[in-house]
Ligand binder design. Structure first.
Ligand code: DX5
Ligand code: ZN
Length: 214
């Protein structure tokens, strides 16, 4: 299981938070970008984001919570991210967006909100590299884990096996030392405030990892 750390909610500035995450053994830096339309919060403009992440050291796992993902992809591609994920609910141009991300040699992820029927993502599973299961309503850090997410992860895990597919499964929202065992079917887990609303990031990461009971 890989760990992707979100710097959305932190005690420190974005710059310092990223630096502190990069000093840990996290696997990815999870970048939450919100446009104030798809979710009520707006937290970026593209030029500031490119500057902020220009010298990133960890592989980037970009999570777009925006209505029009197509308009950001060429700019974000200049950061050479590992993964760009956009929301199933956000756009009618799903196949076109998948192709544009893939054509830039970036892994493509599709995210699904907690209240969207899992059946809606099924047609796209053969086309994508990763499915991101939202275990909170997107928009803010620090929300409680939605328990029904565990079954959704299990269904996606079984579906992958039964259909010989190879997408990765990622989960995002409300992950801490108490909920980590509810998401062991995920390949990548995102954790934000549990890590970044502390003063010792590595210690929190160790607690997460040590609490996994296989
Ligand atoms: C929620 C974001 C998450 C968030 C996770 O909209 O997509 O990545 O930062 O934060 P925690 O771990 O605090 O739920
Ligand atoms: Zn996220």
């Amino acid at each position: 299981m890989k760990l992707s750390v979100s710097f959305l909610s932190s005690f420190y500035s974005k710059e310092l938070t990223i630096k502190k995450i990069e000093e840990t053994n996290a696997d990815y830096l999870h970048v939450d970008l919100m446009d104030g339309g798809f979710v009520p919060q707006k937290n970026f403009n593209i030029n500031d984001t490119l500057t902020l992440l220009n010298n990133h050291k960890l592989p980037l796992d970009i999570h777009l919570m925006v209505f029009d993902p197509l308009i950001y992809i060429q700019d974000l591609a200049t950061l050479k991210p590992s993964i760009i994920t956009f929301h199933l609910e956000a756009t009618k141009d799903i196949v076109k967006t998948i192709s544009l991300i893939k054509n830039n040699n970036i892994k493509v992820g599709l995210a699904i909100n907690p209240d969207t029927n899992l059946l809606e993502i099924m047609p796209y599973l053969p086309l994508i590299d990763l499915v991101l299961v939202m275990s909170v309503t997107p928009g803010a850090g620090g929300q409680p884990f939605i328990e029904a997410s565990t079954n959704r992860l299990q269904e996606l895990f079984n579906y992958r096996q039964d259909n010989n597919l190879n997408y990765l499964i990622e989960v995002d929202g409300g992950i801490n030392q108490d909920t980590i065992n509810k998401v062991i079917n995920a390949d990548i887990i995102v954790s934000g405030s549990y890590i970044c609303k502390s003063t010792n990031y590595q210690e929190q990461i160790n607690k997460l990892k040590n609490n996994i009971q296989k």
